[in-house]
Design a protein around this ligand. Structure first.
Ligand code: UTP
Length: 222
């Protein structure tokens, strides 16, 4: 089985990326493995969170708005081979997978992002990897959208990933598309996270254990 986390920015990039959504749906259905896809909120989540903030909503409601956006985005990936509802919890996703080849979902509860959901799902399934698809396509030493000389980091330990997340809170420019909850779950269960660009052929290489473009989190500490 495969657990895949798809960042919301991948499906919305200066307008909805319909061609990519179609190709991704085909990929999911063509794979022999059972697929658990967790979709992020992207622009829809951001827009609603900005509006909610301006209206003075608390963080809990803002997170709930974000979750609703992730579930709406997830619906775009329902196919004839997928559980026809969006599971609200990791447990519901697992029960649904007993009757359907694929399951797509968004967020679950306030306090973390869909990255954490994908790791919790992998933990419960005893999966040893999660494929995390982002528009940036890996983890860089600087923000590659701002710095031309930014270099991709091919491998990171959980410890280094945690340090990067914590320093990102203080230092603008570092780019790590993860929340701390996700890394902690990955670490406690030894789940590797493959952070990759949206390129479908490259995703197939990760699945087939071939050389791929991107970053893997979860190598032993040096
Ligand atoms: P995302 O997972 O898309 O978060 O959820 P993100 O990291 O901000 O976006 P990407 O990965 O860069 O695309 C959108 C928002 O929904 C809420 C959070 O507010 C999050 O920022 N959310 C999501 C939750 O509160 N719980 C969840 O389980 C998932």
């Amino acid at each position: 089985m495969l657990v895949i986390s798809l960042g919301g920015s991948v499906i919305w990039n200066n307008g909805i990326n319909l061609d990519y959504i179609k190709r991704f749906r085909e990929l999911m259905d063509s794979l022999k493995e059972k697929v658990f896809l967790v979709v992020g909120g992207g622009k829809t989540a951001r827009d609603y969170i900005i509006m909610g903030k301006s209206l003075g909503f608390d963080e809990y409601i803002l997170d709930q708005m974000g979750i609703t956006a992730t579930r709406l985005n997830a619906m775009l990936f329902i196919t004839s081979q997928t559980y026809p509802k969006i599971p609200q919890t990791v447990d519901e996703a697992i029960i649904a997978s007993q009757s359907y080849k694929n399951v797509v979902m968004g967020g679950t509860e306030p306090g973390h992002t869909t990255d954490a959901v994908s790791l919790l799902l992998a933990e419960k399934l005893h999966a040893k990897m999660v494929i995390n698809i982002t528009s940036v396509g890996g983890i860089y030493d600087h923000d590659p959208t701002k710095f031309k000389d930014a270099k991709i980091i091919r491998e990171l330990s959980y410890g280094d990933a945690k340090k990067m997340i914590l320093s990102k809170m203080m230092e603008a420019g570092l780019n790590i598309p993860f929340d701390l909850v996700a890394i902690k779950v990955a670490e406690r269960s030894g789940i590797k996270i493959y952070v990759v660009p949206k390129d479908i052929e490259n995703i197939k290489k990760v699945i087939n254990n071939e050389d791929f473009k991107g970053t893997v989190i979860g190598i032993p500490d040096r």
